[in-house]
Write a new protein. Structure first.
Length: 328
């Protein structure tokens, strides 16, 4: 009971903000749930600081620590490992090639812009893998400052909106088929909602294929988290392998394997993916409560420039790989 009294108010705030963001995200899909959750949290944070009310702090901190891992594990139930085979040989070439180009570009451009390590990682994984979900997974491993997480999410949002507006007319101009456009959107646009929005603007078949490609691309969360965890421990001496892998990564992989068996009914998978998205929204709302304009200004313009350059490189490399492998 004491635990509930201490953490209940903050957990309730996170739940309310996540629910409101989810509802408003359905009404205004261009904005997206992550940005709305972050904005809602920021507004509540202003209110809490002005009133000096500290009763929400324990619950908000608990929500961020405990809900994130659960959200990432639930994502795995919507990403069956067998789906990788189903997307076809040519698709895998484009997927892997685009990820490799994105990773190399992030390394080079990040150094040229002299970005701090955490900002570079968050913007890079958000752009090259899967937007807010990848940023959330990376945050669970490297534990960056909250303002860097928020700035990375804001950067992702800006270029998601640009992609939704620009990609469909460009696809028509290039004479792309619906499957080819779906592959382009699924590999070059980072957030699932934006991938779907761009696909719908091009055609229903494009939307369906784009989402499948995007789900397969999201499987890169697994090596991402393992790699980041190894990097975080490289200066701390030799550590047994089983201790270097975060538990949520293991559970994510197990959930993906379980989804591939067909045990999980499609209706359950859809519901669980909604729960996962809601949990991520709750975590982002908590991040938003700690933000101030001063903290965001310290990030500067370079992460935004970094995200823009990576987005352009990703889009061009995906197109080049598609044409090279015969996708039209």
């Amino acid at each position: 009971m004491t635990h509930l009294r201490r953490h209940g108010p903050g957990l309730l705030v996170a739940a309310v903000l996540a629910t409101a963001a989810t509802f408003l995200g359905a009404v205004w899909p261009v904005l997206g749930v992550p940005v709305l959750a972050l904005a809602g949290g920021a507004m509540f944070g202003v209110f809490a600081r002005r009133t000096g009310d500290e009763r929400f702090t324990p619950g908000l901190a608990s929500a961020q620590q405990r809900l994130l891992g659960a959200a990432i594990v639930l994502l795995g139930l919507g990403l069956p490992v067998g789906a990788v085979v189903g997307v076809g040989r040519g698709t895998i070439v484009v997927l892997i090639g685009t990820l490799l180009v994105g990773a190399l570009a992030a390394l080079v451009v990040g150094r040229l812009l002299a970005l701090d390590r955490d900002s570079a990682i968050l913007v890079a994984v958000g752009t090259t893998i899967c937007g807010a979900s990848a940023i959330a997974a990376a945050t669970a491993v490297i534990k960056p400052d909250r303002e860097r997480t928020a700035y990375a999410l804001g950067t992702i949002f800006v270029f998601n909106v640009v992609a939704v507006l620009v990609y469909p007319p460009l696809g028509h101009l290039l004479g792309m088929s619906e499957q080819a456009f779906g592959l382009w959107a699924g590999t070059a646009i980072n957030d699932t909602s934006s991938v779907l929005a761009a696909g719908v603007a091009f055609g229903s078949a494009a939307a369906h294929f784009a989402v499948i490609v995007k789900l397969v691309r999201s499987l890169a969360i697994i090596p991402l988290c393992v790699g980041l965890h190894f990097g975080a421990r490289r200066d701390s001496g030799v550590t047994p392998l089983w201790r270097t892998i975060p538990l949520f990564v293991v559970l994510f992989l197990a959930a993906s394997a379980l989804a591939a068996t067909g045990v999980i009914r499609p209706s359950w998978t859809t519901a669980l993916s909604h729960v996962s998205a809601w949990l991520i929204a709750a975590v982002l709302a908590v991040v938003g409560t700690t933000l101030t304009p001063q903290r965001l200004r310290t990030a500067g313009h370079r992460p935004l420039l970094f995200g823009g350059i990576l987005s352009v490189i990703l889009g061009i490399s995906s197109l080049a790989l598609q044409f090279a492998t015969g996708w039209r």
